[in-house]
Design a protein around this ligand. Structure first.
Ligand code: SF4
Length: 374
């Protein structure tokens, strides 16, 4: 039995096949269990992932009963660690980790739900951020492929509500804040709010979480309504990066997805952001529009990216497209006679496009929305 008692986390290695990590509140964070990796979300939902040799990656979420069984195994490892580790680490395990019985850990769901409304999605580099929900839902909510905020009308918090919410988030995360970096201003379109509403929100965030960089989504049609000077002001208040669902650089396909905007408008908008000192994260969907659009979608997207002043601070996410059965997109794609790309085609196109984006001198990463966890 080995352990690493770090400033921000505790790692326990009972044997080469198992590794457990905990935040400084003592709550389970990850559990590597002989080829399966479990990750606990803040609401104690337990996500698992494994890859059989030579096979595809498998993933899923345990039901509450199965999660409780895994928490019980984790607790048994922690009890063993408390008896076997050297004094300092054993004391930490006893004081921080052992109080989290499986039932108490499962109960984090109620605490989470008292603080947060459902969080639908984050960019992958923001899974380690502190999510503060300035808004709920999306101002547009009409893209045919998107189910993130269906049935949730857009609602914005006032600065006072936001301050109270951010305080509750700080209390809930406790010393897990040591593991987390910036603040992500959720939900889908928080930066769509007017300057007059955003400035007090940024002030409230900075009061509760001083010195943390701030990130958020905005969609092109909302983003470009801001005066370009607003972005410089927000950058001065900590705004570090803005994530935009580009989806495609092909205007015809964007219109088919019922998403407003165009490649030209996005190029102009990214220039405004970059001129204001804000970096960008652009999300491109790979496989959307099916086989018939594959070549033109890729070509137009790469051409649009090449016209943007992107550098090493920026990110292009390539997101393998997941078609939701029953969605408006599925119905319209079928009516238009478009053939879905299969998973292997999408994966190989994702890898190809990542290489092309990197050739532009921009960082590219895969964004699998099914792996989202907070
Ligand atoms: S703008 Fe973004 S969050 Fe809103 S509906 Fe479209 S894809 Fe979904």
């Amino acid at each position: 039995m080995r352990a690493e008692c770090r400033e921000a986390s505790t790692l326990i290695h009972p044997d080469p096949e198992h590794v457990l990590s905990f935040d400084r509140e003592g709550r389970l964070y990850t559990f590597y269990d002989a080829g399966t990796l479990y990750k606990r979300a803040l609401d104690s939902t337990l996500h698992w992932r494994r890859r059989k040799p030579g096979g595809p990656r498998e993933r899923g979420v345990l039901d509450a009963g199965a999660a409780l069984e895994v928490f019980a195994r984790v607790h048994a490892y922690a009890r063993r660690a408390a008896g076997e580790l050297e004094a300092d680490c054993a004391a930490r395990v006893r004081s921080e980790i052992l109080p989290w019985t499986p039932e108490r850990l499962s109960g984090e769901r109620e605490r989470f739900e008292a603080v947060y409304r459902p969080i639908a999605i984050l960019p992958p580099d923001q899974y380690f951020s502190i999510v503060v929900q300035a808004t709920e839902g999306c101002t547009w909510n009409k893209c045919t492929f998107c189910s993130f905020y269906q049935g949730r009308p857009f609602h914005a918090r006032s600065a006072d509500e936001l301050r109270a919410h951010a305080g509750a988030v700080r209390e809930f995360l406790g010393r897990q804040l040591l593991l987390r970096r910036g603040v992500f201003l959720a939900d889908g379109n928080a930066l769509a709010l007017s300057r007059a509403r955003l400035l007090p929100i940024f002030e409230a965030v900075r009061e509760v979480f001083p010195d943390r960089k701030i990130y958020g989504f905005v969609d092109l049609y909302s983003g470009e309504r801001h005066d370009p000077a607003d972005w410089g002001e927000l950058a001065g208040m900590g705004l570090e990066r803005v994530y935009v669902g580009m989806e495609t650089g092909l205007d015809e396909l964007l219109a088919f997805l019922n998403k407003p905007g165009s490649a030209d408008e996005l190029v102009t908008f990214t220039r405004q952001l970059k001129a204001a000192g804000v970096s960008v994260g652009l999300i491109v969907m790979v496989g959307v529009g099916g086989r018939e659009y594959r070549v033109n979608h890729a070509r137009a997207t790469l051409a649009a990216l090449a016209r943007m002043p992107l550098d090493r601070r920026d990110l292009v996410y390539l997101s393998p497209f997941v078609e939701h059965p029953g969605s408006v997109y599925a119905r319209e794609r079928s009516a238009a006679g478009l053939t879905p790309m299969d998973w292997e085609e999408i994966e190989s196109e994702t890898a190809r496009l990542a290489g092309e984006v990197r050739r532009l001198g921009v960082r590219a990463a895969r964004y699998d929305i099914r792996e989202f966890i907070y």
